[in-house]
Design a protein around this ligand. Structure first.
Ligand code: ITT
Length: 197
């Protein structure tokens, strides 16, 4: 299947390619008139709500273009810190830009728990059918920034299923074996053979 990923985040496209292309699908970023989509995100209602809004906006964007009827993928994702009542969640990208990873670690100096999880909600639509999936990756926040791979919170996120390295210290193929994004996308692809919901 040719999948057009509607996102302004090139890291997401890069990871989706590595996850889905070995399964026989092609993944391209959706570009209309030279621009990647910029979504209005109703973040106060959580990831699922934002993802639903993104797919509606993406389907509207492709109306009347050569992409109408194509398979469109969107994702909303974020990190949820146990001790902070699941903050920053849907606001992860804004908070990263505002306080930085150092700022997050400073906020955690008195935290008893360092538990956190990444979550991703993926939605795929071919214009008639819609498939949805969720992926979660449990882990904890490192005491310091480590590694240069990946993006976003990867230099401070240590997946539970790993060996103590942050995602930014792993090869991309290692992250793809356990990440929230990989889980959500694999589930989405598995569900394509089932009736859409
Ligand atoms: P689009 O909305 O255009 O898809 P975006 O980057 O704004 O791009 P989100 O609204 O879903 O996407 O925000 C996701 C943010 O959550 C991302 O910018 C990071 O701050 C964080 N995040 C999600 N997945 C991550 C990952 O695999 N590694 C590191 N940080 C991640």
């Amino acid at each position: 299947m040719r999948i057009l990923f509607a996102t302004g985040n090139s890291n997401k496209i890069h990871e989706a390619k590595s996850i889905l292309e070995p399964l026989g699908h092609t993944v391209e970023g959706l570009v209309i008139d030279g621009n990647r989509p910029e979504f209005i995100e109703p973040k106060e209602f959580g990831l699922e709500h934002v993802a639903e809004s993104k797919i509606e906006q993406a389907l509207e964007l492709i109306l009347g273009t050569e992409f109408e009827g194509s398979s469109i993928l969107v994702e909303d994702s974020g990190i949820f810190i146990d001790d902070f009542d699941e903050w920053p969640g849907a606001n992860s990208s804004d908070i990263e830009a505002e306080v930085g990873l150092d700022g997050i670690l400073k906020l955690m100096v008195n935290s008893k728990s360092r538990g956190a999880e990444y979550r991703a909600v993926s939605i795929l639509s071919d214009g008639e059918n819609v498939w949805r999936s969720i992926g979660i990756c449990r882990g904890e926040l490192a005491l310091e920034i480590r590694g240069t791979n990946g993006f976003g919170y990867d230099p401070i996120f240590i997946p539970k299923s790993g060996d103590g390295r942050t995602y930014a210290e792993m090869k991309e193929s290692e992250k793809d074996m356990t990440s929230h994004r990989a889980k959500a996308m694999m589930r989405l692809i598995e569900s394509l053979s089932a009736p859409s919901k």
